[in-house]
Write a protein that binds this ligand. Structure first.
Ligand code: IPM
Ligand code: MN
Length: 358
């Protein structure tokens, strides 16, 4: 029997609650499809940091390299200064494990309230490929004359040909495999960021023309991308962009698919260990109340199975989630679902079996 070693990092706030539901679904779907998961839990996050001062010990990082995948809940603790856990844990994992793609599907499921008037599930179905190892996130920069009236703060966006190229190639391949509109949109800002997006645009057209002639190339500035996402989201198939723009546009994208309760993402190293997470934060105010929506974490588990090659099991999870959003939940918002966190997990488990969807 196939078996996958999965490192589980529930993290902070509501992370553990949503991960529990995700694991419940994984367990059930693995039984139905004849594979096993070997789970190992790690208590990384705000509590451990407060207790021991450790954020991500080197020994743990070394261990994490040996898993087939990492399943992450949420990072961010109200008692820990912003930046410590985000940089020291989340970004450090993404960078150290060379998860150079942040894959964020944007799909409006049936029955989900969309804030865009008249937009239906068939109108909102695209994927954002966010570069995940470079750009402004490298943390390079300096202060000059800090604390004085002449202070200057510099923050560098680093874009390497190698880093940009591997991201673009992944996006082109992904667009080809997805086989929908065969259109890849580069989201940038070539009119102002005349170094960074000059490189992106040149590489985009060179690689596209040479190796992906079957994929239509499209370009939109990041501000226009935001506008189109609200006005005509049906125009998008796959969007590729840098780390910072990808961060920003995927929060907007999450809102048009029904909110943080449903938005999942994968930090992908196509040759190594990938990490899957709901993209919303740790939502501390809802912690321990059984009100947070676990669907984003469940969908992150689905992406994990897809990446591991368990396509049928992944599709079954998606079908069940669609049944739950269409027929069961009143809303996707925390505390307004009409069910508790654990009950939503139970519903998804139940709906794995098509006969049980009633
Ligand atoms: C995300 C988050 C992170 C990011 C933060 C927590 C560092 O917003 O996954 O989108 O900016 O990438
Ligand atoms: Mn973000």
């Amino acid at each position: 029997m196939k078996s996958y070693k999965i490192a589980v990092l529930p993290g902070d706030g509501t992370g553990p609650e949503v991960i529990n539901e995700g694991l419940k679904v994984l367990e059930a779907v693995s039984k139905r499809h004849g594979f096993k998961t070997e789970l190992q839990h790690y208590d990384l996050g705000g509590e451990r940091y407060k207790r021991t001062g450790e954020v991500l010990p080197d020994s743990v990082l070394a261990e994490l390299r040996k898993f087939n995948a990492i399943y992450l809940g949420a990072i961010g603790h109200p008692d820990v200064k912003p930046g410590i856990l985000e940089k020291g844990l989340l970004l450090k994992l993404r960078f150290s494990l060379e998860q150079y793609i942040n894959l964020r599907p944007v799909k409006l499921f049936p029955g989900v309230d969309c804030p865009l008037k008249d937009k239906k599930p068939e109108d909102i179905d695209f994927v954002v490929v966010r570069e995940n190892n470079e750009g402004l996130y490298v943390g390079e920069g300096e202060f000059i004359n800090k604390g004085t009236a002449d202070e200057v703060a510099v923050q560098i966006s680093r874009n390497t040909r190698r880093g940009v190229e591997r991201c673009l190639r992944y996006a082109f391949e992904f667009t080809r495999k997805r086989n929908k509109r065969k259109t890849l949109t580069l989201c940038g800002k070539t009119n102002v960021l005349t170094y960074a997006f000059d490189l992106w645009e040149r590489a985009f057209h060179e690689i596209g023309a040479k190796d992906f002639p079957d994929i239509k190339r499209d370009y939109a500035h990041v501000d226009a991308t935001c506008m189109w996402m609200v006005k005509n989201p049906e125009w998008f198939d796959v969007i590729v962009t840098d780390n910072m723009f990808g961060d920003i546009i995927t929060d907007l994208a999450a809102m048009i698919q029904g909110g943080m309760g449903i938005a999942a993402g994968g930090n992908i190293n196509p040759q190594g260990v990938s990490m899957f997470e709901p993209i919303g934060g740790s939502a501390p105010k809802y912690t321990g109340k059984n009100v947070i929506n676990p669907l984003a974490a469940i969908c992150a588990g689905q992406m994990m199975l897809e990446t591991l090659g368990e396509d049928k099991a992944a599709a079954e999870i998606e079908d069940s989630v669609k049944w739950v959003t269409a027929k069961k939940l009143k809303s996707l918002a925390a505390g307004k679902m009409g069910y508790g966190t654990r009950e939503v997990g139970d519903l998804v488990v139940k709906g794995l079996d098509p006969q049980a969807r009633n």
